[in-house]
Design a protein around this ligand. Structure first.
Ligand SMILES: NC(=O)c1ccc[n+]([C@@H]2O[C@H](COP(=O)([O-])OP(=O)(O)OC[C@H]3O[C@@H](n4cnc5c(N)ncnc54)[C@H](O)[C@@H]3O)[C@@H](O)[C@H]2O)c1
Length: 314
């Protein structure tokens, strides 16, 4: 197996890279270190993988890379590179999202046409659903994103579908539901909460705290992603969720227990945040053998240990 991992220096991409190397795969990691969060964090994410045999790192934007030569001999593409984050996707910054999430995806798909790929796995998001679908969310629901970010992730997913239908690129999309754990992005809630607790600062919670999320531990997301690379059905999108529907107030209770302190300030809900997310993972279970294995308290504990020990913070 020879894999191209885009976004290899990111949160999920760096765990995926290590997971693939553990399986003996040859990995080309591509990342351009966007400034969405500080470069030293991404360098730390790459960490030991950089010097592992079988790994080659290329620092470049997808849009500028010689994709045909990067794809030479590649059997699996894992396309995780994106401009992440719902809250920053409004206004003038939308362009950053269309460039990195839509145009870059189209260019990578175009470069994949006619290649003997086993699978092309695209990192999609629960943000494609919006607030108009019933809970638990099923892949058959009509996606109606409520954030500009969600629109770009859905566009990327649709591009994957149409390159499968028209050009037989074997694409599968994974709709990740809020991924957390060691190396989580510094803008994400658990990371912000745990760091605030460690520093003795108050936590800012947006909304009344009764909004619910389905949280996915990063190792479970990686297992699902590798399984999709083995046997995802081309043309399909899969929900990847941790399997529990938890309110932010319950999360704060767990974080308070783990960190031993918590001072919460509440602010109004943010535009584009979905009210609830909860994945029906029947399809991923059937096609990919997906079965999340890490409970929320265990996963939060792991993220807490990482943040307590790491030298570089957001
Ligand atoms: N973290 C989550 O909870 C979550 C949930 C749903 C979906 N996703 C999706 O999973 C993927 C990974 O998310 P993450 O949380 O690891 O984000 P991340 O920001 O940590 O990683 C993304 C990486 O992609 C790189 N990148 C961005 N645009 C690029 C380009 N044009 N060329 C090359 N590199 C580029 C960035 O430098 C970054 O290192 C993304 O596609 C994201 O939309 C994440």
């Amino acid at each position: 197996m020879k894999a191209l991992v885009t976004g290899a220096a990111g949160f999920i991409g760096s765990h995926l890279t290590a997971g693939l190397l553990d399986r003996g795969a040859e990995v080309v990691g591509l990342d351009c270190f966007t400034d969405y969060y500080p470069r030293p964090l991404k360098e730390a994410n790459l960490g030991q993988s950089r010097s592992r045999p079988g790994f080659r790192f290329v620092e470049q934007r997808i849009q500028d890379a010689d994709l045909r030569s990067l794809l030479d001999g590649v059997t699996h593409v894992f396309h995780l590179a994106a401009q992440a984050g719902v809250r920053k996707s409004w206004g003038r910054d939308f362009r950053i999202y269309t460039e990195n999430n839509v145009e870059a995806t189209q260019q990578l798909l175009e470069a994949s046409v006619g290649l003997p790929l086993h699978r092309f796995v695209y990192a999609s998001s629960s943000s494609v659903y919006g607030d108009n679908v019933s809970i638990p969310m099923r892949e058959t629901a009509l996606p109606q994103p409520v954030s500009p970010y969600g629109v770009t992730k859905l566009a990327g997913e649709q591009l994957c579908y149409l390159y499968h239908v028209n050009h037989r690129v074997p694409t599968s999309a994974l709709r990740y539901f809020t991924v957390y754990g060691p190396r989580q992005r510094p803008d994400m809630a658990f990371n912000r909460f745990i760091r605030a607790a460690l520093d003795g600062r108050p936590i800012t919670l947006y909304g009344d705290g009764e909004q619910t999320r389905d949280f996915t531990f990063v190792a479970d997301a990686v297992t699902a992603t590798i399984a999709a690379g083995d046997r995802g059905v081309p043309g399909r999108a899969y929900n990847i969720g941790g399997g529990a529907r938890v309110s932010m107030n319950q999360v704060l209770e767990i974080i308070g227990r783990v960190t031993g302190r918590l001072d919460v300030r509440r602010e109004a809900a943010q535009k584009g945040d979905m009210r609830d997310t909860y994945a029906d993972t029947t399809l991923a279970r059937a096609d990919l053998g997906f079965a999340p294995s890490v409970s929320l308290p265990e996963g939060i504990e792991a993220e807490y240990r990482w943040l307590s020990s790491t030298q570089v913070h957001g």
